[in-house]
Ligand binder design. Structure first.
Ligand SMILES: [Fe+2]
Length: 155
């Protein structure tokens, strides 16, 4: 019988980057991500799962690890919107003010011209649902969607 006491916890999210340098810079500047380690030699299993993998960088945002990596032959084009995929990642902030600040920072970094964005889209407006939760959506430099949310009373 299965052991139902096993509860796996989240460890990291791996992101296939179009431009690794630009991605690491953007995660650092937008999220304040800390670069933890980098890897350039991979196991046979990794090489067979991800042919052409060149370099992987772990960055840490609070307690969320992102594994940013690039592969030969994977360019800057964004994934097709109809593809079956992990569709978005939601990150929560502590206040409506922090939510506005995240959106402002996204726009400021985009306008700086320092990063290569896969998509032309800007962030959505901040919307408030019936429970008072606020959120907006924006893409990272790779065209992957994030949601940013403030949920009153949530921890
Ligand atoms: Fe969501």
């Amino acid at each position: 019988m299965a052991d139902l006491t096993i509860v796996p916890r989240h460890h990291h999210l791996a992101i296939q980057a179009g431009d690794l340098e630009s991605s690491v810079a953007w995660y650092r500047d937008f999220f304040g991500a800390e670069e933890k380690w980098t890897l350039e030699e991979f196991s046979e299993l990794t090489a067979s799962r991800l042919p052409g993998i060149r370099r992987l960088v772990e960055v840490l945002v609070g307690d969320v690890r992102f594994h940013l990596f690039d592969r030969d032959g994977c360019g800057a084009e964004s994934p097709p919107t109809q593809a079956r995929q992990f569709q978005h990642l939601c990150m929560a902030v502590e206040s409506p003010g922090e939510l506005r600040e995240m959106r402002r920072r996204w726009i400021e970094l985009r306008a700086s011209g320092r990063y290569r964005f896969a998509l032309p889209d800007g962030p959505t407006d901040i919307v408030t649902d019936a429970d008072g939760a606020q959120s907006f959506y924006a893409h990272d430099v790779n065209g992957l969607e994030f949601e940013f949310t403030y949920v009153p009373g949530a921890r």
